[in-house]
Design a protein around this ligand. Structure first.
Ligand code: NAP
Length: 379
């Protein structure tokens, strides 16, 4: 069943915080509704009958994207050009839920999430370590405000977090957890886009991390390259990364030793050797801006997804030598992401969810992956 623990009670549109009652309207705002994730989320929420309001930089592009997503021609849109301006509009109008798909989450998520409090709720698809840690750091503030904040509502974070949660269910905290995320995504023709470019650059600048004796320590980006054999007979390479998946696997399991790999990290020896240098160079703010700008403008050709399935994988080991392994099989990683975000958003709009700041399975249970087309294969 979805939603473990105490489901928060909703009384019409009045939300209880620790100190007061706060009114929100019934709107769900989608920041970045013209983008790939944003369009998918807007269409899914509109089809579920929610009052969806596209938020972004261009009224014309949002009206067109809204129409494509099935919103009426006269649907409300909010025009704002930065996270700060969007936050001002949220404070003024008090939507019930804000979905942030504009990217650069380490910077934009805290600004937008704070504006939702008190009483309003927040969802994003961050999967980089800094952004996920930054949002989770707002936990106590969110509890006091009666708001539910969910970060990592996508393939990145949920596909591995859900497997770890399933494998640890009813068992004591394990000693060691390894998670691997290998998405398979169809490419749309067009420019790569600044949001995705920023995510790629963030992976390089953060470098590698793992948990040792319960502490987050630096490791090499691209460590432990491996070829993963999937249960459907296909295979793909992955290598070590500092990610939201790493943080979520640690939090949900309580394991002292945790590592994470991703199929997005280059595994070719020459590229792996260059990763630390690239990371240092891109940490220079001017070079980072240049790289995000140039990369964001790169034109890409349409391509089908490289493999039939996206896979989340976890191996969990206990101190007594017990070992369990599991997989989450999903379809296209982007579709899975839009489905997960839409489901989380709908649940929060209905008043389901505990106040606080969470990763998706921690907030609403591992079975959140199932309505998004995920299937668990557990030993
Ligand atoms: N967790 C996961 O598994 C997962 C999966 C997929 C994507 N993601 C992440 O989700 C984010 C979105 O990805 P995407 O592919 O949908 O990106 P995208 O297609 O580039 O869309 C970004 C959207 O944000 C808007 N935007 C950008 N800067 C803005 C600003 N300053 N003010 C207002 N709106 C702004 C864009 O509007 P304009 O039309 O004005 O440009 C566009 O609508 C990325 O960070 C990506 O890495 C995560």
């Amino acid at each position: 069943m979805l939603v473990p623990g105490a489901a928060r009670k909703r009384q019409g549109d009045i939300h209880m915080t620790e100190t007061s009652e706060v009114r929100t309207n019934d709107e769900v705002w989608v920041v970045g509704a013209t983008g790939r994730v944003g369009r998918g989320v807007t269409a899914r929420l509109a089809a579920r009958g929610l009052t969806v309001v596209p938020v972004g930089r261009s009224r014309e592009r949002m009206v067109a994207a809204g129409a494509g997503a099935g919103l009426p021609g006269d649907a409300k849109v909010v025009v704002a050009h930065s996270a700060e301006r969007i936050a001002e509009e949220i404070v003024r109008e008090r939507p019930r839920v804000v979905v942030n798909t504009m990217g650069a989450f380490a910077a934009t998520a805290p600004v937008i999430a704070r504006a939702c409090m008190p009483g309003g709720h927040y969802v994003d698809q961050a999967s980089d370590l800094v952004a996920v840690q930054g949002l989770l750091a707002l936990h106590d503030e969110a509890v006091r405000a009666g708001s539910t904040l969910v970060t990592g509502a996508g393939f990145g974070v949920l596909a591995t977090e859900a497997v770890v949660a399933k494998l640890c269910e009813g068992r004591p905290a394990p000693h060691r957890v390894l998670v691997d995320a290998v998405g398979s995504v169809a490419v749309e023709a067009g420019v790569l886009g600044a949001a995705l470019a920023a995510s790629m650059v963030d992976v390089l600048t953060t470098g590698g991390r793992r948990y040792e004796n319960g502490r987050l320590v630096t490791s090499r980006l691209g460590a432990d390259p491996q070829r993963l054999a999937f249960p459907d007979g296909e295979s793909a390479k992955s290598a070590g990364v500092a990610s939201g998946e790493l943080v979520a696997a640690h939090t949900v399991s309580g394991a002292a030793f945790v590592t994470a790999t991703s199929g997005l990290v280059p595994t070719a020896p020459l590229l792996r050797a260059l990763l630390p240098l690239l990371g240092r160079l891109l940490s220079v703010p001017a070079l980072r801006r240049l790289a995000v700008d140039r990369l964001g403008q790169v034109r890409i050709k349409a391509a089908p997804r490289p493999r039939k399935h996206s896979w989340g994988h976890a191996v969990v080991e206990w101190a007594d030598g017990t070992r369990h392994e599991g997989w989450l099989r999903a379809g296209d990683g982007m579709d899975f992401t839009a489905d997960v975000t839409a489901t989380v958003t709908e649940l929060l709009a209905r008043g389901v969810g505990r106040p606080g700041s969470w990763t998706p399975a921690a907030a609403l249970g591992a079975d959140l992956a199932t309505p998004a087309g995920g299937a668990f294969i557990l030993d």
